[in-house]
Design a protein around this ligand. Structure first.
Ligand code: C5P
Length: 331
C-alpha cells in the first residue's frame, strides 16, 4: 500500500505509533490521578474537560492547515464550508466519541488505571467486528483465535479477588466496579464503531487528515457542550465552566487533545488494529508505573495471567498479515 511504500509515511507510521504509546500511558495515569486527587474546592467537571480538549484540538489543526497552505483560508473554506455533505458525515463519529470520552471519565472514577486499561482492550474485538462488517476486511484463523484469548484475558483481569476490608466496603466497591465496567464496555463498542467509521472516511476520500479532524472537532464541541449543559448545567451556571481547573486538569486536557491528533495520524498511516497494538504496549508501561510509583494497585497472580493473555493476543492478532496492512480494505 501507499502507506508502506513511501519512506516518509513509513517513518510517520512508526513515529505516530510510538507517540501514541507515550500519550496513552500519560493520559491514563494523569486522568486517574486527577479524578482521585483530594483538594479543597470543587473538582473540575469531566464534561467541561472534554469540550476544552476538543477546542484545543481544533485550534492546533487549524494552525496546521494554515501552515501547510501558506496561511491562506482558502483550503479551510473549500474543505469545510463548501462541502457541507462531507462535513456532515463527521457528525456521527463526533457524537459517538463525545459519549465515549465522557464514559472514560466515569470509568476512571471507579476503576484503577490498570484494570481500566486491560478491560478497554476489548475494543480490539469490537474494532475487528466493525472492520469486517464495514470495511470488508477479512480475518485469518489466528486473528479470530487471538480474539478468544483476548476475551479470556479480560475475564481473568476482572476476576473478583478476596480482598481485605469489611463486607460493607466490599459491596460498595463492587458496585463501583460494576459502574466502571459498564462504562468501559460501552466505550469499547463506541470506540470500535467510531474508529472504523473515521478510517473509512479518511481512506475513501482525499481530504487532509487535519481538515477531517477539524470537521470532527466542530461537531464534538457542539455535542460536548450540550452534554455539559445537560449533566452539569446547574453547577456550570453557579461556578463557571472552568471551575476546579488546575495544572493537572490542564495536563489532562492537553494530553487528550494530543491523543486526538496522534490517533488521526495513526488511523491514516497505519490502521485501527495497529492502534490497538500500541495501546497494549502502553498497558505494560502503565501497569509498571502504577505498581512501582503510585502504589495505587496491587496486582494478583490472576491479574498478571490475564494481562499476559491480553498482550499475547494482541501480538498474535497483529502478526498474521504483516506485509499488506490496509490493502484488504475494499474501497
Ligand atoms: O480509545 P479510542 O482509540 O477509541 O479513543 C479514540 C480517541 O481519539 C477519542 O478520545 C476520540 O475523541 C479521539 N479522536 C480524535 N480525533 C480523531 C479520532 C479519534 O480526537 N480523528
Amino acid at each position: 500500500t501507499m502507506a508502506l511504500s513511501s519512506p516518509h509515511s513509513f517513518s510517520l507510521k512508526y513515529l505516530s505509533l510510538g507517540v501514541l504509546v507515550l500519550q496513552t500511558t500519560s493520559l491514563v495515569l494523569t486522568m486517574r490521578y486527577s479524578r482521585t486527587l483530594k483538594e479543597d474546592g470543587p473538582r473540575y467537571l469531566a464534561s467541561s474537560a472534554v469540550v476544552s480538549a476538543e477546542l484545543l484540538k481544533i485550534l492546533v489543526c487549524t494552525l496546521l492547515v494554515f501552515k501547510e497552505n501558506n496561511f491562506s483560508v482558502r483550503l479551510l473554506k473549500e474543505g469545510i464550508v463548501n462541502k457541507p455533505v462531507e462535513t456532515m458525515k463527521l457528525a456521527i463519529p463526533a457524537g459517538i466519541y463525545t459519549l465515549q470520552n465522557n464514559l472514560l471519565y466515569v470509568a476512571l472514577s471507579h476503576l484503577d488505571a490498570a484494570t481500566y486499561q486491560v478491560t478497554y482492550q476489548l475494543k480490539i474485538l469490537t474494532t475487528a467486528l466493525f472492520s469486517v462488517s464495514m470495511l470488508g476486511r477479512r480475518l485469518g484463523f489466528y486473528q479470530w483465535l487471538s480474539l478468544l484469548f483476548l476475551m479470556a484475558g479480560v475475564t481473568l483481569v476482572q476476576w473478583p479477588t478476596e480482598s481485605e476490608g469489611d463486607s460493607e466496603q466490599l459491596i460498595l466497591s463492587a458496585g463501583s466496579q460494576f459502574v466502571g465496567l459498564m462504562a468501559v464496555l460501552m466505550a469499547c463498542v463506541s470506540s470500535g464503531f467510531a474508529g472504523v467509521y473515521f478510517e473509512k472516511i479518511l481512506k475513501e476520500t482525499k481530504q487532509s487528515v487535519w481538515v477531517r479532524n477539524i470537521q470532527l472537532g466542530l461537531f464534538s464541541v457542539v455535542f460536548g457542550f450540550v452534554g455539559m449543559i445537560v449533566y452539569d448545567g446547574e453547577t456550570v451556571r453557579e461556578l463557571g465552566m472552568f471551575q476546579g481547573y488546575n495544572t493537572v486538569t490542564c495536563t489532562v486536557v492537553a494530553l487528550q487533545a494530543l491523543g486526538g491528533l496522534v490517533i488521526a495520524v495513526v488511523i491514516k498511516y497505519a490502521d485501527n488494529i495497529l492502534k490497538g497494538f500500541a495501546t497494549s504496549l502502553s498497558i505494560i508501561v502503565s501497569t509498571l508505573i502504577s505498581y512501582f510509583l503510585l502504589e495505587d494497585f496491587n496486582p494478583t497472580g490472576v491479574f498478571f495471567l490475564g494481562a499476559v493473555l491480553v498482550i499475547a493476543a494482541t501480538f498474535l492478532y497483529s502478526n498474521e498479515r504483516k506485509p499488506a496492512i490496509g490493502s484488504a480494505i475494499k474501497v
